[in-house]
Design a protein around this ligand. Structure first.
Ligand code: SF4
Length: 148
């Protein structure tokens, strides 16, 4: 099971904002430097995290981003479920047609159950409580990522 690169960036952003040494507002540019991710990717992540109620954005010269109360309690499983918009895990149906095995395929159902089990394992893992070292390199060592 892989998480998307976008999901990984969202998790990194929340981990940075959860640092006790940095309780105030942090700009997207600073976050981008801290997580080693291009600014435009971080900006998109912040927009989505704001939509989900996990961060608050203050505009203006002294503005920035901070965790919301909900963001402090969000779990990895909760967030990944909301960021995973895939309805077709194995490309059963594509613009070029359907898999010939689609009718009554047991694998398709099993893949759906496996995804649910993956998220269920992460439902109790609070993002803000994750240790993350210096955040200079890749995070989420236990999870692999894929390019979007
Ligand atoms: S075999 Fe089943 S899971 Fe795989 S592409 Fe076909 S319908 Fe989908």
């Amino acid at each position: 099971m892989r998480i998307s690169a976008f999901s990984d960036v969202c998790l990194r952003v929340l981990m940075v904002l959860a640092e006790p040494s940095d309780p105030g507002l942090t700009t997207a540019r600073v976050i981008a430097e801290r997580v080693g991710t291009p600014y435009n990717h971080v900006s998109k992540a912040v927009i989505r995290l704001r939509e989900l109620g996990l961060v608050e954005v203050v505009r203006g010269r002294s503005g920035g981003v901070r965790l919301s109360a909900q963001g402090r309690e969000a779990t990895v499983g909760w967030l990944l479920r909301r960021l995973d918009t895939r309805t077709d895990l194995a490309a059963c149906e594509t613009p070029h047609g359907q898999c010939p095995l689609l009718a009554g395929c047991g694998l398709r159902t099993a893949l759906g159950r496996a995804r649910e089990a993956f998220y269920a394992e992460l439902d109790a893992l609070v993002i803000a409580s994750l240790p993350h070292g210096s955040l200079a390199g890749p995070v989420l060592v236990g999870l692999s990522t894929r390019p979007d």
